[in-house]
Ligand binder design. Structure first.
Ligand SMILES: Nc1ncnc2c1ncn2[C@@H]1O[C@H](COP(=O)(O)OP(=O)(O)O)[C@@H](O)[C@H]1O
Length: 189
């Protein structure tokens, strides 16, 4: 199996690159953001529980997120591997993911962090907001999510650095160039 985490702030390109990577490596893409948005769109009990939090740009509590993620992994027993996009966002989530995969005789092979500066992030998220109308991409909320990434979520990276699994790559530039740089890292796993 090949499992890796695509890490980065809002607008770094996690979703864009994940789409290309799952085609090349035949993997299942698990984006916790996409899963939450599907629950909200389908007005499930979980969707109703998290919609306000997400619209405000707040993180969903670990237990809720972990349970949703583990359920999604279990829905794909024949997967050749997973690209985790937007998960983990906290150390408890990272530790639980390691434990969950270990119980299945699997592991995270690597974590790739997309480095993009704040000005570029704000530009990209504003463009995405125009295209998709995402509530949490509105200027004030997206700034809050970007700040939360650099103040809090980024603290997950040392957890993987200690395991010698972290690689940082530049997320700025031509989408295909970033993709090729990602593949060069993944092909070494
Ligand atoms: N691992 C997670 N833990 C807690 N909340 C999450 C997680 N993943 C997604 N969310 C919630 O869903 C929202 C959208 O996530 P996502 O689409 O990954 O944002 P982006 O792609 O802009 O980084 C987050 O702002 C947060 O509210």
């Amino acid at each position: 199996m090949l499992n890796f985490v695509l890490f980065g702030p809002p607008g770094a390109g996690k979703g864009t690159q994940s789409e290309k990577l799952i085609n090349k490596y035949q993997l299942v893409h698990i984006s916790t953001g996409d899963l939450f948005r599907a629950h909200i769109k389908n007005q499930t009990a979980l969707g109703k529980r998290v919609s306000k939090l997400i619209a405000e740009g707040e993180l969903v509590p670990d237990k809720i997120t972990i349970d949703m993620l583990e359920e999604e992994i279990d829905k794909n027993p024949t997967a050749k591997g997973f690209v985790f996009d937007g998960f983990p966002r906290t150390i408890p989530q990272a530790a639980e993911l390691d434990k969950f995969l270990e119980e299945k005789g699997s592991k995270i092979d690597g974590v790739i962090a997309l480095d993009v500066d704040k000005d570029e992030l704000v530009k990209r998220v504003a463009l995405r907001q125009k295209e998709t109308g995402r509530l949490d991409d509105q200027a004030e909320k997206s700034q809050k999510r970007i700040d939360e990434y650099f103040n809090k979520i980024i603290l997950v990276l040392p957890y993987y650095d200690e395991q010698k699994k972290l690689t940082k790559i530049n997320g700025i530039g031509n989408i295909d160039d970033v993709f090729n740089n990602l593949c060069a890292v993944i092909d070494k796993y």
